[in-house]
Design a protein around this ligand. Sequence first.
Ligand code: FAD
Ligand code: UDP
Length: 388
Amino acid sequence: MDMRDYDLIVVGAGFYGLTIAERAANELGRKVCVLERRTHIGGNSYSEKDPETGIEFHTYGSHLFHTNSEEIWDYLHKFTTFTSYRHRVVTVHQGKAYPMPIGLATICSFFGRYMSPTEARALIESQVAAEDFKTPANLEEKAISLIGRPLYDAFIKGYTKKQWQTDPKELPAGIITRLPVRFTFEDGYFSDKYEGLPTDGYTAIFERMIDSPLIDVKMGVDFFEIRKQIPAGKLIVYTGPLDRYFDYKAGALGWRTLDFEKEVVPVDDHQGTSVLNYADESVPYTRVHEFKHLHPERKYHPGKSVIYREYSRFASRSDEPYYPINTANDLKTLEAYKAMAEMEPNFITGGRLGSYKYLDMHQAIGAALKTFRGQIVPFFGRSQGEAA
Ligand code: FAD
Ligand code: UDP
C-alpha cells in the first residue's frame, strides 16, 4: 500500500468519510484511500442480512433516515431510492403501552381522559408553573418545561437514567429537544420533511458511494498502525475519536457505548412494531428492535423474527464509542482538542467521533458536504495552483 499514490487519505468508512471520498473522486477527480479499522464499510450505519432468516438488520441498532434538507435528500438519491417507511415508537410504562414521542394520544392515555389541545396545554402549563426554575438549565428542567413533571417522571426520567447513567440534571438540554412534543394526534417519531429507509438497505448505499476507480478502501486497517507510511503534507480527513488522535493528551472525552443482545425468535411478529421503548428503570434494557418491521414491503420467510435488546453503559477505551456525553467537563476538553486540530497541518477532523457531536446520519452527510465545499475544494484548488 503506497500512500504516495493518493491525493487524499480518509480515515473511517462511515457516512462522513465516504461522502468526502465520493465527492473528492467524482467531483474533483482526486485519488482517495479510505482506511477502515473494521472489516466492513458504512460505520455505525452498516446493515447486514441475518444468515438464518434473511432479515436485514442494522448491526449497530435501528437507523432511521430523516432530514429537512433538500440538498442531503437529493445527494443520497444518487445512490438509493427510499421506501415510504415512517418511524413510530411505542413506549411501555408500568405494563401499559403509549405512543412516543409525547403527543396528545400519550397525554390523554396517561391522564385517562380525552383532552383537546387547549385543555392539554393548560394542564401542562399549570404543572410547569408549579416548578421553581425559571430558565431550564439542563435536560431534566428542559423536559419538565416541555411536558410537566408527571409525564417526565413516567417517560423520560427512567429511560434517560438507563441511557446515560448520568443525573439528568447534569445532561445538556439539547438531548431532549431531539424529541418533538406535540399537542396533536400526529404520532411520527420525526417531524422532518423527508423520511424513509433505503430500498436496498444501507450497505448498498455505501457500496455505490465507493464505486469509482479513484477510490480504494482498505478494510481492517487501523490508521494509527500505518500512520508512519503516510508522506508529510498529505491531506488527511480523520473521522475516528478526536481524543485518540491526540493520544488523550488533554484527557479522555466521555462516551457511552451500547450492548446489543441479538435473538432469532420463533414467531412471525414479536412485538408488533420496529422499536419498543421501556421507560421504567426496573427493565434493564432501554429498547427492543424488531427489524422486519422496518421493511413491511419485503416478503420475509414467516415464523421467525430478529430482535435486539439494547443496553447502554459507559464506554471504556476498548469499547465502541456511540454517544458523546457532553458534560461541561467534556466540552472543556473538546475545546483543547479543537485548538490542537487547528494547529495540525493538512488535517481535517469530522463526523460523529471526530467532531464529538451527536450527529444523525443526515447531519454527518451535511457536515461532510460543507467541509468538502469549504475546505477540500479550496485545498486542491490551491495545491493545483501551486503545482502549475
Ligand atoms: P461512523 O459511522 O461512526 O464511522 C466512523 C468510522 O471510522 C467507523 O467505521 C470506525 O471503525 C472508523 N475508524 C475509527 N477510528 C479509526 C482508525 N483509527 N482507523 C481506521 N478507521 C477508524 N442516525 C440517524 O440519522 N438515525 C438513526 O436512527 C440513528 N440511530 C443511531 C443509533 C445508534 C445506536 C448510534 C450509535 C447512532 C445512530 N445514528 C442515527 C447516528 C449515525 O450512526 C451517525 O450519524 C453516523 O454513523 C455518523 O457517521 P460517521 O461517518 O461520522 O461515523
Ligand atoms: N428519551 C426518553 N424516553 C424515550 C425516548 C427518548 O427519555 O422513550 C430521551 C433520552 O434521554 C434519549 C433522548 O430522549 O437519550 C433522545 O432520544 P432519541 O430516541 O432521539 O435517542 P437515540 O435514538 O439517538 O438513542
